[in-house]
Each structure stands twice: as C-alpha cells, then as structure tokens.
Design a protein around this ligand. Structure first.
Ligand code: NDP
Length: 454
C-alpha cells in the first residue's frame, strides 16, 4: 500500500511537470524554478494524498492571470519610446497578490513567472497575509535622466493602476525599482484614483507611507536567517570570511549587518566586475559610490590602494570564504562555481537574490554538506517588512525602526524554524531547500482546500 502511494506521488509530480514543460517550453527560468519546488514535494504528497486528489499542484502552478501591456513614454529628446509591462497575479489564497516590480532589459514572461511562483511560497513562509505576484518591464533605467524615469513610471502606472489596489494586488520594488521609482508610481496612482490608498504599494519613502527598516529589511533579514543557521551549529558570524555578490540594496544591507555581527566581508560586485579588499570592505565608501555618486564599483580601488578590481563578476566565487551570499541576480552560481567554492572550504551559502544558484549548484552544495539557505526563505525579510508596511498603512500609523527591526528578526527566526522542522518531519533533516518548499506549499495548499474549486 505504502509503495503504491509513493509511486503515485512521484507519478503525479512527474505528470504535472511534463504538462508544464509542454505548455511553457520557451520559459527556461520558470521551468527551473518550478522543477526545484516540484522535486521537494513528493514526500508531501506521500504523506497527504488529499492534495493529489484535489489536484492542488496542477492548479497552483497555473497563474490566476498574466497581464501584459504597452508602456509608451517620451524621452528627453521628445522621442516616443515603447516598452512592455507585466503583472503576474499568481495566487491570492493567503492574501492580496504581493511582489516587487523589476525594471531591467532581461525582463520577459519567463522571468516574471519564475519570480511570481517563488513569491507564493516565500510570502506564505513569512506568516503574513500576502499572496504571490510579480511584475515589471524590460525598460532599462541605466543612463536615464530623473525626468525620464518619472515619465516612464507614470506611464507604467497609468496602465497598471486598473489591476491593483490595497486589497487586490500590492506591488513593491525589485531590481531597478527603489524608493524613487515607487514614489513616482505612487503619486500617479493617487492622482488617477483620487484617493489616498497608501497600502497599494510598498517600499515607499518613510514619512510618505513607507515603513522604517524596509530599505534594510532584505539584507538584514538574510543575515538574521544565516545567524540561525550558524546557531544550529553552535557557531556565529564572528571573524567569518564572507563574500557578497552585488552592491545594490540587498548586498549593501547584508554587508552592513554581517559586519555588525563581527564578520570580515572581503568582496562585492556589480554587473561589470568585482572588488576584493583583504582588509575588509569599506561599506561607507561602497554606499558613497553606489548610492550617492551612482558610479561603478570599480571606483572603489581608487580610494583603497590594497583592494583589487577584476572585470566580469563570475570569478568572485573563486575567492576563498567561509560564507557566500549571492545577492545580485538569478543564475549567478552554476555547478563549476559551486565546486570552486566547495574546494575553497565554503561552509554556508545563503541566497539574498532570487534563484542565484542553478539546480546543479544547489545539488553540489547539498551533496558536499554545505549548509544551504534558499532564497525563498533567506531573503523573505523584504516582503515581510512590506507586509508590515501594509499593516501600518491600514492602521494609519508608523512604528519605530527598532519595532520593525525586532519584528523582522523574529519573523526570520520563525521562517528558519519552520523550514528546518518541515525538512526534519519529512525525512530530510538539514535540507532547507526541501523544508522551505514544503512549509510554504502546505500553507497555500491547505488554503486551496478550504476555498474549494470554482
Ligand atoms: P539592485 O538593483 O539594488 O541591485 C542589484 C545588484 O546586482 C547591483 O549591484 C547590480 O549591478 C547587480 N546585478 C544586476 N543584474 C546583474 C547581472 N545580470 N549580473 C551581475 N550582476 C547583476 O537590486 P536588489 O539588491 O534589490 O535585488 C538583488 C536581488 O535580490 C534580486 O534577485 C532581487 O530579486 C532579490 N530580492 C530583492 C529584494 C528587495 O527587497 N530589494 C527582496 C528579495 C529578493 P549593477 O549596478 O551593475 O546593475
């Protein structure tokens, strides 16, 4: 009997994935994200055949809807430019659709769907009342004037506004979308709606509906999560050598908190190359270069003579370290880079970015006994504080930095505990990939059972 269920569970997952591959053959990132989650779920179906009976996986993997729209805007030379905008509303069983907006030339339907699918599980893990979604555009903000950014954001929102709302779908920032862009979109939404619906967007500036600690939340949350991983092994950040990729929002605040806990962070990057500073990254200088001057990370070595700059970012993973924190973008660590990190003695890898390690890399880490923190658990701090921003907006109130930070800290601890326990209960102790996928899935699946099919 038990073997029959086992076969059924594997067969069920295989069948749904085969169908998915056929329907989405040209969406490699989406299929990669789906495969990673599907591989974790067989033990759940073995334990709870009712999820198979209600065909939960097949229902969950099809987005509620995908919206795509034209964004026409005028550049500084009065030329009309056209981009494509997206919003994927994936699943709202736990709360309104929630997930960031990405402005980057690589944005397409596959990227949007992979991010939105992962977001369902991540948001469920936070324990907050938020469903999963994601959006963005293939617009490239690099080199654009402030006025062009504003006009693009307004044009984008002029179309998007009809699909979102504080109880419907609540976008936020992601790559290429920070507080400035959120501010422009928020202003346009308010103008069109004629109402102050602060909870329609998160990542707003503090004082104008934004939450304190939202800027720091993903990076700090990542470090709180790794702190729990290290605690499990009776260890800490003190004197650990850390490599962080990226030098954007997530990377900067991960470096800040890791340094605060006594870690020795020696490298970071941007999309052009990486810097290595054996004396430890001067974060004040990185912030000055990236946040104030808007320069490339290369500029760092002009002011730190012992630091070196290398063109191209892949080789950042050749730097020996105890802890590696990929915080730039998807698929930045492949099998070769993972093997290099392992050969150099990496002990912990935790993902600040979404899907920065490909499946090959994840398998290498798990097989080598590297303690691996997957993005949907480790970087959930950003969206968790976004949900706290929604709560503050609903109550028309503001909480102090300390209050939000304390809530963030306890949410990250809880995510670690839940993921770790789910892994243990399903026979995969120490495997946080399986644990976080299962813990997130069960919450959403149970909600789908309650709702029924329509
Ligand atoms: P930012 O735009 O602030 O920073 C991104 C950083 O990654 C920059 O240093 C950028 O370099 C680098 N980068 C971007 N694309 C590439 C690429 N193709 N190759 C190499 N480097 C690249 O974004 P965030 O810090 O907000 O986001 C980083 C990652 O974290 C993303 O995967 C995002 O989805 C994820 N994330 C973000 C959250 C948030 O709250 N911000 C929440 C959860 C996850 P350059 O400056 O040269 O472009």
């Amino acid at each position: 009997m038990e073997t029959a269920i086992k076969n059924n569970a594997q067969q069920y997952v295989d069948d749904v994935f085969t169908k998915l591959k056929k329907k989405n053959a040209h969406q490699p990132e989406f299929l990669q994200a789906a495969e990673e989650i599907f591989l974790s779920l067989v033990p759940v179906f073995e334990k709870n055949p009712k999820y198979m009976e209600h065909n939960i996986l097949d229902r969950l993997v099809e987005p509620d809807r995908i919206i795509s729209f034209r964004v026409a805007w005028q550049d500084d030379q009065n030329q009309v430019q056209v981009n494509r905008g997206y919003r994927v509303q994936y699943n709202n069983v736990i709360g309104p659709y929630k997930g960031g907006l990405r402005f980057h030339p690589t944005v397409d339907e596959s990227i949007m769907k992979f991010l939105a699918f992962e977001q369902i599980f991540k948001n469920a893990l936070t324990g907050q009342a938020i469903g999963g979604g994601k959006g963005g555009s293939d617009f490239n903000p690099k080199g654009k004037s402030d006025a062009e950014i504003m006009r693009f954001c307004q044009a984008f929102m002029t179309e998007l506004y009809r699909y979102i709302g504080p109880d419907v779908d609540v976008p936020a920032g992601d790559i290429g979308v920070g507080a400035r862009e959120v501010g422009y979109m928020w202003g346009q939404y308010k103008r069109i709606r004629g109402a102050y619906e602060a909870g329609v967007l998160t990542g707003k500036k503090p004082g104008f509906g934004g939450s304190l600690a939202r800027t720091e939340a993903t990076g700090y949350g990542l470090i709180y999560f790794v702190e729990e991983m290290l605690r499990e092994e009776k260890d800490s950040f003190l004197n650990k050598k850390v490599v962080v990729s990226g030098s954007g929002n997530v990377a900067i605040y991960a470096i800040e908190k890791a340094q605060h806990f006594g870690a020795h962070v020696v490298a970071c990057s941007d999309s052009s190359g990486y810097i290595y500073d054996p004396e430890g990254i001067d974060l004040k200088l990185v912030k000055e270069i990236k946040e104030v001057r808007g320069e490339r990370i290369k500029a760092y070595v002009n002011e730190r003579p012992n630091a070196t700059y290398s063109e191209g970012c892949e080789n950042i993973w050749s730097i020996p370290c105890d802890i590696a924190l990929p915080c730039a973008t998807q698929n930045e660590i492949d099998g070769d880079q993972a093997r290099l990190l392992i050969a150099n003695g990496v002990h912990v890898v935790a993902e600040g970015a979404n899907m920065p390690s490909n499946l090959d890399a994840i398998n290498e880490f798990l097989n080598a006994g590297v303690f691996f923190g997957p993005g949907k658990a480790a970087n959930a701090g950003g969206v968790a504080v976004s949900a706290l921003e929604m709560a503050q907006n609903s109550g028309r109130t503001y909480w102090s930095f300390q209050e939000v930070d304390e809530k963030l800290h306890s949410i990250m601890k809880a995510i670690y505990k839940e993921s770790s326990e789910a892994a243990k209960q399903h026979g995969f102790e120490g495997n946080l990939v399986i644990g976080s996928n299962i813990a997130g899935f069960i919450k959403v699946a149970n909600g789908m059972l309650v709702e029924g099919v329509y």
